[in-house]
Design a binder for this molecule. Structure first.
Ligand code: MTE
Ligand code: MO
Length: 204
């Protein structure tokens, strides 16, 4: 699409109210990772659940990929000001995932833990939305390492740093635990419609 067409389309989507404030539409899929991609070995990979749960649990890749999946088609919004419309994802609906173990009533936050220590925190209430996934397919293909493969959280209602790539553990917590970007000046709540980009003014 040439520049003029893109401008026209952007005006159109803005007038339709589909582009959050301060965002531009992109056709590309930019990659934003702090650090290298981990290497994925399906024989040793696991996903753990811990914290405010009755029993800690662990799935191998084989076990995890046998859990029934859900497909969603939804727009995504990155704090670096790009939005991408109609992206297609498939994975285990977080709500369905939670049926596989007992979460204690004290659990109020979900902390995603990734390879190399990246973490991000989200209120449990938001994780129960009907489009929040533990995603491992993008546009019907296995999720590429650049975009968080083999597995990432997918929380489209919030800025995209809340969608944790290379997910290895899900912690249920009674208290909030701000993650990698949240302690580095980014907003804790990250709602693109309210433009909650940074936690303090004047940092960046
Ligand atoms: N493990 C991990 N997850 C991560 C990141 C990261 O550096 N490490 N970056 C976050 C940020 S800042 C963004 S914008 C999105 C980018 O996802 P993408 O590379 O698929 O566009 O992943 C988020 N999840
Ligand atoms: Mo980001």
């Amino acid at each position: 699409m040439d520049f003029l067409n893109r401008r026209k389309q952007e005006e159109k989507v803005k007038s339709e109210g589909r582009l959050p404030p301060g965002q531009s539409l992109t056709q590309k899929f930019p990659v934003l990772t702090y650090g290298p991609n981990p290497t994925f070995d399906p024989a040793t990979w696991d996903l753990r659940v811990f914290g405010e749960v009755e029993n800690e649990k662990r799935w191998s890749w084989d076990e995890f990929t046998k859990i029934p999946t859900t497909k969603v088609k939804v727009d995504i919004h990155c704090v670096t000001r790009w939005s991408k419309f109609d992206t297609n994802w498939e994975g285990v609906l977080f709500r369905d995932f939670m049926k596989l173990f007992d979460v204690k009533p004290t659990a109020k936050f979900v902390i995603a833990h990734c390879d190399y220590g990246y973490t991000t925190n989200t209120p449990l209430e938001i994780m129960l939305d009907d489009n929040v996934l533990l995603a491992y397919k993008y546009e019907d293909q296995p999720l590429e390492p650049d975009h968080g493969g083999p597995l990432r959280t997918f929380v489209p209602k919030l800025y995209f740093w809340k969608s944790a790539k290379f997910l290895r553990a899900v912690e249920f917590s009674a208290v909030d635990k701000p993650g990698f970007w949240e302690v580095n000046g980014y907003s804790n709540t990250a709602d693109p419609w309210k433009e909650e980009r940074y936690s303090r003014r004047g940092w960046f």
